[in-house]
Design a protein around this ligand. Structure first.
Ligand code: CUO
Length: 680
């Protein structure tokens, strides 16, 4: 119980100090008094805390402050769930602030950040609040330890932030070109992609404590979205592989087979004060039994669960805990399977179907020390902030996606009637970028991210890490359509793209290509009678969030207010980064097929207001507190195996669809943009 004002950071982010498990504030109050804690730039401001009696936090505090927190571990989820329940049930924001200030110095830093984030996301009275980007609070999860050290050095040694120089994050730090997988560094180690993944799992938690609001987990179609968002990651990753002359990912089908791909993260966990352990090439999975982490899972458990899930899919139903059948039908089947396979607490029977996906992450992330013999922490696969860096993430999720596809493959193919929209014809679609038709250019870009929150205990201004990432020139879609019905119609425009040729340079069969289809955009339009052209910009995409939001809070004056629009919604942090909207392509150019469909919006619309609900990356993230804004199955019309007659994409088309070949050319040059504020 704090007896005097506690001086805390605006966002309450974790400190990067290794401290004993006692009241840290007693120690740092002295320092803070001397320097005065600044909030809102140069104006010093203290925050007064209301004195309240603090709820019992002994359960979440049972995880040490310097231990590694992982949402894949049930015991950690339960502790976080308890903390979330405490945070969400407090009666006022003032009370929340007091408890958060108290907890910040006692609870594991990552757990604290996670629980407070979930609480701010779900409390009705904190909807306008924002937290600093996770990457800025915990840069150790996103950058090389050598770079982190340089960044820290700058912040300590150079007093004035104006004279500090950006620390360049090298592009080749995790592996050499001898490692073929390393060609995909720009995807796996992209800051925006990893932040999206963290955000996604933040808004779709696996479980919540019994006393907390169940709606935190039980969101509309969350199981289906788990399947779809990760399916899209796979489609995108495979497009990048083809761009780099690599074959599609081989799924991790056999748990007994050594994993050929090793991964050496070269990152230090500053919270856990340890290096993230590597996984050597050809590591064999083995049973994990680590009492210290309260985790025990065997390969045989996994095999049993997987067999039962396949059996359920083939029978067409799952059994709940009362042995009652739940049909895996065309509409809800995939949603049940998502919750069963992930698994979330919405799974109807975890005793029977287990916890396949999560335990896969656990088995892989402890494969270097499954029995805790060497007292080593989890590898990067153990956490949603870092898992996508590791090549094995994609092998594991290819395996997971195959289970979902087994179900989808058993559903009847969409008929021409399901797919067509009588009276609506798409004549053609073109993509225009920099006055060129059906050519998109990608290149490298350097962007600066302020890392000061995570490396500098005292707020003395920014210290910047300079990242290199993929970028493309923006483009527009120009769609020509005819409405011959004589009345205004409403259409849902669905735009996808997939490579035209397969790994062997042969035209891709529809059965393969449908799984490579990347959703680029989806939006509703009204179509008056007659002929029309509709133009839409790539920056409006329903799967992405703008660059600035990916790297928000970038104002040099740390703590300065963001624009109301940027602050509007923390939920909006979820979304594929716009700079990764299209695959890299090849230096010599690479052919993709771009597909557009206008379906009947009247049958598919969900009537709800979207004002202030943060819906601009709805395809992969849903809409906060709302229903998923499309009644069709996610991925429609490519979620099911096409009818027999559709061998190639052109055979699949009905008059309300069209395709065009788009060439993506990669220019191997780097655009330097020192002033991030100029970016839009
Ligand atoms: Cu997002 Cu395996 O689910 O990481």
């Amino acid at each position: 119980h704090p007896t005097e004002p506690v001086f805390m950071d605006k966002g309450g982010d974790g400190t990067m100090f290794n401290v004993p498990d006692h009241y840290l504030t007693d120690q740092y109050t002295k320092i803070c008094k001397k320097t005065q804690y600044r909030i809102g730039g140069s104006k010093a401001r203290m925050i007064d805390l209301k004195e309240i009696s603090i709820p019992d936090l002994s359960f979440p505090m049972s995880l040490g402050r310097t231990e590694q927190f992982s949402l894949m571990l049930k015991s950690h989820r339960q502790m976080a769930g308890h903390l979330i329940e405490v945070f969400t049930k407090l009666l006022s924001v003032e009370d929340l602030l007091s408890v958060a200030a108290f907890a910040r110095d006692r609870v594991n830093a990552v757990m604290f950040h996670y629980a407070l984030s979930v609480a701010l996301l779900h409390r009705p009275d904190t909807q306008g609040l924002d937290l600093p980007s996770f990457a800025q609070s915990f840069p150790d999860r996103f950058i090389d330890s050598q770079v982190l050290r340089s960044v820290r050095e700058q912040s300590f040694v150079v007093e004035e932030s104006e004279s500090r120089v950006p620390i360049v994050v090298p592009v080749n730090y995790t592996a050499s070109d001898l490692d073929h997988e390393h060609r995909l560094w720009y995807f796996r180690e992209d800051l925006g992609i990893n932040l999206h993944h963290w955000h996604w799992h933040l808004i779709y938690p696996i479980e919540i404590s019994d006393g907390a609001d169940r709606r935190i987990v039980d969101k509309d179609r969350r199981g289906e979205l788990f399947y779809y968002m990760h399916q899209q990651v796979m489609a995108r990753y495979n497009a990048e592989r083809l761009s780099n002359h690599m074959a599609r990912v081989q799924p991790l089908n056999d748990l007994d087979e050594p994993i050929a791909e090793g991964y050496f993260p070269k990152m230090d966990s500053t919270v856990a004060s340890r290096a993230y352990p590597p996984r050597f090439d050809n590591t064999q999975l083995s049973d994990v039994d680590r009492p210290a982490n309260q985790i025990k899972v065997g390969l045989n458990d996994m095999k049993r669960w997987i067999d039962r899930i396949y059996q359920a899919i083939h029978q067409g139903y799952v059994l709940d805990t009362n042995n009652e059948r739940i049909q895996l039908d065309e509409v809800k089947g995939i949603d049940y399977l998502g919750n069963i396979i992930e698994a979330s607490v919405l799974s109807p029977n975890t005793a029977l179907y287990g916890d396949v996906h999560n335990m896969g992450h656990v088995l892989i992330s402890y494969s270097h020390d499954p029995t805790n013999k060497h007292l080593e922490n989890q590898g990067v696969m153990g956490d949603s902030t870092t898992a996508m860096r590791d090549p094995v993430f994609y092998k594991w999720h290819a395996f997971i996606d195959n289970i979902f596809q087994e179900h989808k493959g058993r559903l009847p193919a969409y008929t021409e009637e399901d797919l067509s929209y009588p009276g609506i014809t798409v004549q053609n679609i073109n993509v225009i970028s920099q006055d060129r038709i059906n050519r998109i250019t990608t290149f490298w870009q350097e962007s600066d991210v302020d890392m000061s929150r995570g490396v500098d205990f005292l707020p003395r201004g920014s210290v910047v890490a300079r990242f290199t990432h993929l970028q493309h020139n923006p483009f527009t879609y120009s769609i020509n359509m005819v409405n011959s019905t004589g009345a205004t119609k409403f259409g849902y425009v669905r735009i996808f793209m997939a490579p035209k040729l397969d790994d062997r340079n042969a035209p891709m069969f529809m059965a393969d290509q449908r799984r490579m289809m990347i959703e680029l955009d989806k939006f509703g339009i009204s179509i008056p009678p007659g002929q029309h052209r509709f133009v839409r910009s790539s920056t409006e995409s329903s799967v992405t969030i703008p660059f600035k939001r990916t790297f928000r809070n970038l104002d040099n004056n740390r703590g300065a207010a963001n624009s109301p629009e940027e602050l509007e919604n923390f939920f909006c942090g979820c979304g594929w980064p716009n700079h990764m909207l299209v695959p890299k392509g090849r230096v010599e150019g690479m052919s993709f097929e771009l597909f557009v469909m206008i379906s009947n919006y009247d049958n598919e619309r969900v009537d709800q207001t979207l004002v202030g609900s943060c819906s601009d990356a709805a395809s992969y993230c849903g809409v906060r507190d709302r229903l998923y804004p499309d009644r069709r199955s996610m991925g429609f019309p490519f979620d099911r195996v096409p009818r027999m007659s559709a061998v190639l994409l052109k055979d699949f088309l009905t008059p309300n669809m069209s395709t065009v070949e788009v060439n993506i050319t990669h220019e191997d040059r780097t655009v330097k943009l020192p002033q991030l504020a100029n970016l839009s």
